[in-house]
Design a protein around this ligand. Structure first.
Ligand code: ADP
Ligand code: ADP
Length: 223
């Protein structure tokens, strides 16, 4: 479903990602784990087609990502900063993508109802993002990502702005949504607890390279 072959990314003399390769099967929850600056976000942004690889190839659904128009990539993204529109209501934030794709209003309403229920926001649809807690804002971002029903969801440190208690709760919610919707998730974090508790598979990066690619159970079992 997602395939990287010897992918590198450099800016001038900075090599952010250095010849990495991996393949992700449908339905996997894959964590990109590693310290700040090791190239996780750059990798994710290249998978999304937001950043072009300097070398190597990236395939989504057996097609080169650079040949796929954004609307055909079949993916959604969730960011650490939520990236909500402050002047729009929660409902309008969630249906924003559907509206730009000209999905009819009745259909938008149906999807909105279903997704709002899934992320527990039904009572908040008329509010503005500024009237929500951090956890609720992140739920809006999640709702906006899953409403399009894309098979792939890319998440870049989605929980790092939340306090510890809420992070635990949201970890479980995201995991449950992924299972329920059978999504393929690539999830960037520097948090080992998140990696171990959410991932089916953890790809550990260091200095732009992959140093380990394993199940969470195997990850810290050194020979
Ligand atoms: P991580 O997500 O693991 O924290 P990043 O992928 O954001 O790491 O960054 C990897 C390296 O690439 C860092 O050294 C960072 O400074 C550099 N980098 C990221 N984006 C850019 C950019 N647009 N221009 C120049 N250097 C960048
Ligand atoms: P438009 O501006 O295109 O007329 P609306 O702003 O009325 O569309 O709403 C966009 C979508 O979100 C529609 O499907 C609408 O039914 C739904 N919606 C907007 N606000 C709410 C709300 N508070 N509760 C439930 N659904 C809402």
């Amino acid at each position: 479903m997602i395939q990287l072959n010897h992918v590198s990314k450099s800016w001038g003399t900075t090599t952010a990602v250095d010849r990495i390769s991996f393949a992700i099967d449908p339905g996997q929850f894959v964590i990109l784990l590693g310290p700040s600056g090791c190239g996780k976000s750059t990798t994710l942004r290249m998978i999304a087609g937001l950043e072009q690889a300097s070398q190597g190839r990236i395939h989504l659904h057996q097609r080169d990502v650079t040949d796929l128009p954004p609307g055909d990539r079949g993916l959604s993204m969730v960011f650490q900063s939520y990236a909500l529109f402050p002047h729009l209501s929660v409902a309008d934030n969630i249906v924003f993508g559907l509206r730009s794709r000209k999905v009819p209003k009745a259909e938008r309403r149906q999807h909105l109802k279903r997704v709002a229920k899934l992320v527990d926001l039904t009572a908040y649809l008329n509010r503005k993002p500024s009237q929500l807690s951090g956890g609720q804002r992140q739920r809006v971002a999640l709702a906006r990502a899953i409403i399009s029903e894309h098979p792939i969801c890319l998440m870049d440190e989605p929980l790092s702005n939340l306090d510890a208690r809420l992070r635990g709760e949201m970890r479980r919610e995201i995991k449950a949504l992924q299972t329920r919707l059978d999504m393929t998730v690539v999830y960037v974090t520097h948090d080992q607890v998140e990696a171990m508790s959410m991932g089916d598979r953890v790809i550990l990066m260091e200095n732009g390279r992959i140093v380990q690619d394993d199940s969470p159970e195997q990850l810290y079992r050194y020979p």
